[in-house]
Design a protein. Structure first.
Length: 126
C-alpha cells in the first residue's frame, strides 16, 4: 500500500512529466548516434563516391551532392534535437503543449536524420 505522503508526491508531479523528457532525450541521443554511424558507413560523407564512381559522371555528381547535403544538415539537425530536449527539461510541467511540441521536434529531427543519412548511405553504395 502506498503511504499518503508518497501518493501526494506522485499526484503533484502530474501525468506525462518524465515521459516527454525521456522521449526527447532518447530521440536526441539516437539522432546523434545516427549522425556518427552515417559518417562512418559512408566513409566520412563521400569518400565512397570517389572510390566507386570516380571523379566525373552523373552518378558521381549525384553521390557527392547527397553526401554534401548530409554532411551539412546532420550537425544542424542534431543541434536542434538537443536544444529541443533541453527545452523539454526547462519548460514547466504544467505547460504540457510546449513540452509535447519540443518532444515532437526531437522526434522530427530523428526522422530527418534517418532520411538524410539513409539517402547518403544508399547513394554511396555501388
Amino acid at each position: 500500500m502506498i503511504s499518503r505522503r508518497r501518493a501526494d508526491a506522485v499526484a503533484s508531479r502530474g501525468p506525462g512529466g518524465c515521459s516527454f523528457l525521456a522521449v526527447a532525450v532518447g530521440a536526441a541521443v539516437l539522432t546523434t548516434v545516427w549522425w556518427g554511424l552515417t559518417a562512418l558507413l559512408s566513409e566520412n560523407f563521400g569518400n565512397d563516391c570517389l572510390f566507386y564512381f570516380g571523379v566525373g559522371g552523373p552518378r558521381a555528381e549525384h553521390c557527392h551532392l547527397v553526401n554534401d547535403r548530409a554532411a551539412t544538415w546532420l550537425p544542424r539537425v542534431v543541434s536542434v534535437a538537443w536544444v529541443a530536449a533541453v527545452l523539454v527539461l526547462c519548460l514547466p510541467r504544467r505547460w504540457r503543449p510546449g513540452r509535447r511540441v519540443a518532444a515532437g521536434v526531437t522526434v522530427v529531427c530523428l526522422i530527418t536524420a534517418v532520411v538524410l543519412g539513409g539517402h547518403a548511405l544508399a547513394v554511396s553504395s555501388p
